[in-house]
Ligand binder design. Structure first.
Ligand code: PMP
Length: 428
């Protein structure tokens, strides 16, 4: 069933560390061979062995309208004949900046970078440059990319691989990263009290997606906002996952809470490598060349990436009904999954908001990294493989969110629910 993938993986391991260019793809915690893909269309991916999958990863978020979305593909093709990179400004960069600042609340300006990592790294640098303070607070199990300072109690692949301290990250860097459990306001208050006038920023995934999908409890984000206001700390919403996925204006719009800086990635590039940091003029003009906080990129604002992102964002902006449709599809799926798990007598928790969700096998609510870690992740491993065999491509870790695309049909959702029922029966 997977013989070509197995063969390609053996070849890859000889020349690529671990055989993959990003650890979460490696099936490390669930075991088995990562599936090598050949092509994808809409909600389906097709592997090198000729297997077809309904995709619930969607390139870890970007493919919100499905793979090979025709207007994006066409825009890339058309633009590529002009050049794939100028290293000089284009009008397109201004147009996408205008579009984004019109969609997202509380931002006047945006700087394009090449990944979510760079976006978060830059946001922290702005916060430090602006406040003149060094430390920042992040939450256990949240992931903000692989810059040194973020690899402390990080989620996503770091959690999946169970890495406690990342070799290569020096103590002098990591000591400025303070951590608190997600949804735990008193812990944040304590950190602020213990480090008076030293904290530049709090960076948070407003809806966490890197330890499974975890919703902020009522009052958590509001409390962070208040603590930031009282202590001259900048609040950074990492909306690399949630931006343009949960609403046109991301979590800020959905939850009605203002962030000082916002980071983006994934959807903003329509599947091309893009990230961005956005905020009010006063903060954003700290960045070079307007200010002295240096940040740069040979390929930043790359025209192919910009046209892909612009085309996708424009579609989302003009068709906000997409968000409603996605949420309805997600609710339909979640109800079906609950039935499948419940019918098999499996204790479970499903966290969902809009088109992000995750399933955990435990009776306790999943509210932070500790609760996500305490779930039955051995059962998740079995469930993942049983679903894969049935043509359903889920994230290969319980510490990741599932992402839905709007190309999914009711038949696809029914097929997924059916697969979940049959998978659970088979596991039992
Ligand atoms: N922040 C969040 C919330 C993310 O989910 C990710 C990636 N999954 C990143 C930052 C880093 O983005 P990238 O992988 O593009 O560097």
């Amino acid at each position: 069933m997977y013989s070509k993938s197995e063969n390609l993986f053996e070849q890859a391991k000889r020349v690529i560390p671990g055989g993959v260019n990003s650890p979460v793809r490696a099936f490390k915690s669930v075991g088995g061979t990562p599936i090598f893909m050949e092509r994808a269309q809409g909600p389906y991916m097709y592997d090198v062995d000729g297997n077809k999958y309904i995709d619930y990863i969607n390139s870890w978020g970007p493919m919100i309208l499905g793979h090979a979305y025709e207007p994006v593909v066409k825009a890339i093709q058309d633009y590529a004949t002009r050049s794939t990179s100028f290293g000089a400004p284009t009008e397109l960069e201004t147009r996408i900046a205008e579009l984004i600042t019109s969609m997202v609340p509380n931002v006047d300006m945006i700087r394009m970078v090449n990944s979510g990592t760079e976006a978060c790294m830059t946001a922290i640098r702005i916060a430090r440059g602006y406040t003149g303070k060094n430390k920042f607070i992040k939450f256990e199990g949240c992931y903000h990319g692989h810059a040194d300072a973020f690899l402390v109690s990080a989620g996503s692949g770091v959690a999946t691989l169970g890495i406690q301290a990342v070799p290569g990250v020096t103590t002098s860097v990591s000591q400025d990263t303070l951590t608190a459990p997600y949804n735990n306001l008193p812990a944040v208050q304590q950190l602020i009290a213990d480090n008076p006038d030293q904290i530049a920023a709090i960076i948070v995934e407003p809806i966490a997606g890197n330890m499974g999908c975890i919703l902020p409890q009522p009052g958590f984000l509001e409390g962070l906002r208040q603590l930031c206001d009282e202590n001259n700390i900048l609040l950074i919403f990492d909306e690399v996952m949630t931006g343009f996925r949960l609403a046109r204006g991301g979590a800020q719009e959905l939850l009605g809470i203002r962030a000082d800086l916002v980071t983006f990635g994934k959807i903003i590039g329509g599947g091309m490598p893009v990230g961005a940091v956005a905020g009010p003029k006063e903060l954003m003009e700290c960045l070079a060349p307007a200010g002295k906080v240096y940040q740069a990129g040979t390929l930043s604002g790359n025209p192919i990436a910009m046209i892909a992102g612009y085309t996708l964002l424009n579609t989302l902006n003009e068709n906000p009904v997409i968000y409603q449709q996605l949420a309805e599809k997600a609710t339909y799926l979640v109800n079906g999954l609950r039935e499948a798990f419940g019918g098999a007598g499996v204790v479970h928790q499903i966290n969902q908001i809009g088109s992000m969700l995750s399933a955990h096998f435990t009776e306790y609510p999943i509210i932070d990294f500790a609760s996500a870690s305490a779930a039955n992740n051995e059962l998740f491993r079995k469930f993942f493989h049983a679903m894969l065999e049935r043509g359903i491509y889920l994230p290969p870790s319980a510490f990741e969110s599932w992402f839905m695309c709007n190309a999914l049909t009711t038949e696809d959702l029914d097929a997924t629910i059916q697969a979940a029922k049959s998978a659970m029966q088979a596991i039992k």
